[in-house]
Design a protein around this ligand. Sequence first.
Ligand code: 9D3
Length: 433
Amino acid sequence: MRFDLLTIFPQLLDSPLNEGIIKRARASEALQIETHNIRDFALDKHACTDDRPFGGGEGMVMKPEPLIAALQAVHKKTPGGHVVFMTPQGRPYNQKLAAELARRPHLVIICGRYEGVDARVEEYIDDEVSIGDYVLTGGELPAMVLIDSITRLLPGVLGCDDSAAGDSFSRGLLKHPQYTRPRVFAGQTVPEVLISGDHGAIAKWRLAQSVNRTRVRRPDLLEKAAFSEDELRGLKADGTDTKGLRHRQKQKIRLDIALVHYPVSNKNNEIIGSAITNLDLHDIARASATYGVDTYYVITPYADQQTLAREIMAHWQSGHGAAYNPDRQEAFRRVEVLGSLAELYGAVTKKWHGRPLVLATSAAKQTADLSYHKVRQRLAAGERMLVLFGTGWGLAPEAVEQVDAFLPPLGGEGYNHLAVRSAAAIILDRLLG
Ligand code: 9D3
């Protein structure tokens, strides 16, 4: 992330930009910051940056020429920056706007002084931001607020990617009280539950504390927060007032998997169709039922193979098999046999009213582009996904081409030949377990 700052008081920014996490982020190159003195771009011999307002009135107005000359110098050196003007008239700043701005690779921040800036600079500006309804003497401290709050959202800046997600505002509740050593300070002791080692009880206690604090200090936030069924039950059981708390609908998991028998590679890198195996059919169906996969698709173009698969399933779904093992009947209820990847994409797109994200594992040393953690989060948030499992020596290149993203390979060093049903079980546990 790059910031260019335009100001008439660059020295004002020196120490906030050279301490702590921001200093470390700049050293790691996650963050580049350059300050520019608008006065250096003033043409007259007094290097004047302000003048009296046309039409009369109190105070001075920032002149357009030096400011725009500075802005154009920045654009010339590093093109494409999103220009943000700090002003009391801007969009109210909050965590959501911080996250929005953090997604941009380059911000150019203009810090105003005096009573305002000549209105003709407006057309050079992409965004206006205010940090709140109180009057400051200029935009420099607001710019520091932006940089500080955006920096800590950048990947790799806080030790763990999740520390930013665990903040006060990320779920719309205030943080619970926190304690460290000593256990007794000036007669006050640390709550017993925090020393119990019972992580479930600690999480429940913290949520109750967050809710109670938010109710007292920021009732406006409590109205917007949402709670899962489990959370509401836990809060109520421990005597926390749950009146007025909004209930969050549990997201339906929209995950399908497909076992692809064609097109796959053999060990000579030729494209082949592999044979359906009884074990893969049974075991992956049982794993799918266990973890809540919506449909387990079995893809084979061969009519005899399709018939074989359907006969195996029919045995367990009706007659002797069903009576003998009703759980197997339940598992096979979510299996569907289709003839091609094209049919598969058609079926899932129709079922979910839109094409899901298509994933595969990168057994063939493909670079992984989505972590299991990330996919797990996105599934929990309701995103549609389809995971392809290649049989034989893996999906053929023409099938790989249609994949949107790859999961990291399973296993460790050396020997790496998991059965596809083992891989499917492990991946399902990582994504849904
Ligand atoms: C008399 C009208 N004033 C507007 C409220 C004029 C004025 C006061 C203060 C114009 C500029 C300023 C300086 N403030 C900023 O540049 C500023 C600011 C702020 O004062 N509060 C909250 N956010 C911001 S962002 C930039």
